[in-house]
Design a protein around this ligand. Structure first.
Ligand code: FE2
Length: 303
């Protein structure tokens, strides 16, 4: 995984041209060498962008209208502005796509931030107040869209790496930031601090739809959020690999304890969910029993 920058058209000149990654097939879309391999573009436009190992490249120029839309969404969301289009400025209609509705009341925010190494962030619409899960770049566009959707009451921070511009959104919307005590250094002014390893719920304030589950491992204070016993917002604890059709965890990017992360993975067997919505790595929608089976297989591989 890797990432960084903005929604503006990238100006192409000979200096930039020389910095394009060599694997890109000829055509309008390109990736330059500032790419940090976060995988944002590959998630948004999997038929256009591929993983070289250290960075993304254009494996196929977009041809269909869907591919063109997806490639433009990837250009917009790239946290390092490493993707460009030689022909066109980004159209306002692509900007207006975000936040992008995924399912029910759940949106992918887009505008991934270089501050979080391009982590995905999400918006949940809820009658008791809307939630932001981790944070995108602070943009006027998203601020307006969140406002139109009813504002933000809670900002759930999965872990210290993905705080990004949450402080700006918290101040604008008067939102309560939630973080674990063991990752508090990333958001020392957070309004709600979770301690210990027990599940945290607050039926009066949140509604019973939300369960906060500490899962130390990737970082000491990592937490996941389970919504409606269906949607698990996993941060960097758990992801999906579509090529191998497996659930995965990132041992090479485990900053606290792989052994603790495995224990935390076992803890998730007590819950059922059919969606994982990730910080890094691919999202997945897998029927609950199959999800549990894949989770067991992952725990076995983590030994
Ligand atoms: Fe992380």
């Amino acid at each position: 995984m890797t990432f960084f920058r903005s929604s503006k058209k990238k100006t192409i000149n000979m200096d930039n041209q020389n910095k394009l990654v060599p694997e890109c097939v000829p055509g309008d879309f390109f990736v330059d060498q500032t790419c940090i391999n976060c995988d944002t573009c590959r998630q948004l436009a999997p038929s256009v962008f591929a993983d070289q190992g250290n960075y993304s490249y254009v494996k196929k120029q977009p041809a269909s209208s869907i591919e063109i839309e997806q490639a433009n969404q990837a250009l917009l969301c790239c946290p390092t502005a490493s993707i460009g289009n030689k022909q066109e400025k980004i159209s306002p209609e692509y900007i207006d796509d975000f936040p992008l509705k995924l399912v029910d009341h759940i949106f992918y925010c887009g505008f991934n931030s270089r501050k979080s190494y391009g982590a995905n962030s999400y918006f949940i619409e809820h009658a008791n107040g809307n939630w932001l899960v981790d944070s995108p770049r602070y943009t006027k566009h998203l601020q307006n869209k969140f406002e139109q959707l009813g504002g933000i009451k809670y900002i759930f921070l999965t872990h210290r790496d993905d705080v990004a511009d949450s402080e700006n959104y918290a101040h604008y919307f008067g939102a309560t930031r939630i973080i674990h005590k063991d990752d508090l250094s990333a958001a020392p002014n957070a309004e709600l601090i979770i301690e210990g390893q027990n599940e945290y719920t607050d039926n009066e304030s949140f509604s019973s739809d939300f369960k906060i589950i500490p899962v130390p491992g990737h970082t000491q204070g990592h937490m996941v959020l389970l919504f409606k016993d269906r949607f698990l917002f996993t941060g960097d604890h758990l992801a999906y690999n579509p090529e191998s059709d497996e659930l995965i965890a990132f041992e090479d990017a485990c900053w606290y304890s792989w052994n603790e992360q495995r224990k935390s993975m076992k803890k998730l067997l007590n819950y059922s969910f059919d969606w994982i919505l990730t910080g890094h790595g691919s999202r997945a929608n897998i029927e609950k029993e199959r999800m549990k089976k894949k989770l067991l297989e992952l725990i076995h591989r983590m030994k």
